[in-house]
Design a protein around this ligand. Structure first.
Ligand code: SME
Length: 169
C-alpha cells in the first residue's frame, strides 16, 4: 500500500473539492456582475478552502502607467502577504502564463528562470490565464504554496474551470 501524503488531497479528492467549490462560488456570485467583487470572492473562497494556498489572487491586464507600449499585469484582489504591484507580460510565472495564454505549473520556483519572489516562503506555484466571454485575456489567477510540487494537472483543471465559470460565461 502506498500512503498518500497527509497534507495534500489526492487528485480525485481535489477534483471533487474544486467541483464543489465551483458550485458554491456560482451560488455566491449569482446576480453580481462586478468583476472586482467576483475576483475578490474567488480569492477569498479558494484561500479559505485549501489550507496549503499561501498566496491566492489575481493580476489584471492593464496599461503601463507611463503610457509605454504593451500591457502589464497589475495586482488585483488577493489573499496573502503583500504582492508586487506590476508584472511585465512575459516575465515571471504570471507573465509566462499571460504570454502563453496557458496554465503554468512550477514544482520548484527556484528552478524557474525569472521567477518573481513576492513571498519568500513560496516554493511552488500555479498560474491560470483568465479570459472573458469574448476570449480576451483579462488577467491571471496565481496561487503559491510553501510546499514543493503542491500543484498538478488536477489543480490546473479545477482552477481553469472556476475562472471559466466566473469570468467567461
Ligand atoms: N511569483 C509570481 C509573482 C507574483 S507573486 O507570487 C504573488 C511570478 O513569478 O510571476
Amino acid at each position: 500500500m502506498t500512503a498518500m501524503p497527509s497534507s495534500e488531497p489526492s487528485p480525485t479528492d481535489k477534483t471533487e473539492r474544486y467541483r464543489a467549490l465551483a458550485d458554491e462560488i456560482d451560488a455566491v456570485l449569482a446576480g453580481e456582475p462586478d468583476r472586482v467583487a467576483r475576483m475578490a470572492s474567488v480569492a477569498a473562497m479558494l484561500a479559505a478552502r485549501f489550507e496549503h494556498f499561501l498566496w491566492t489572487g489575481f493580476y489584471v491586464v492593464g496599461a503601463a502607467p507611463d503610457g509605454g507600449p504593451g500591457d502589464e499585469l497589475v495586482a488585483g484582489p488577493y489573499q496573502g502577504a503583500l504582492g508586487c504591484l506590476r508584472i511585465t507580460v512575459g516575465r515571471g510565472v504570471c507573465g509566462a502564463a499571460a504570454a502563453r495564454r496557458a496554465t503554468v505549473i512550477v514544482a520548484d520556483v527556484d528552478a524557474f528562470d525569472g521567477h518573481i519572489a513576492c513571498d519568500s516562503r513560496a516554493r511552488s506555484e500555479i498560474v491560470v490565464p483568465v479570459f472573458d466571454g469574448a476570449g480576451t485575456l483579462i488577467g491571471v489567477l496565481d496561487v503559491d504554496s510553501a510546499e514543493l510540487a503542491a500543484f498538478d494537472e488536477a489543480d490546473g483543471r479545477g482552477l481553469e474551470e472556476i475562472v471559466r465559470r466566473v469570468f467567461a460565461t
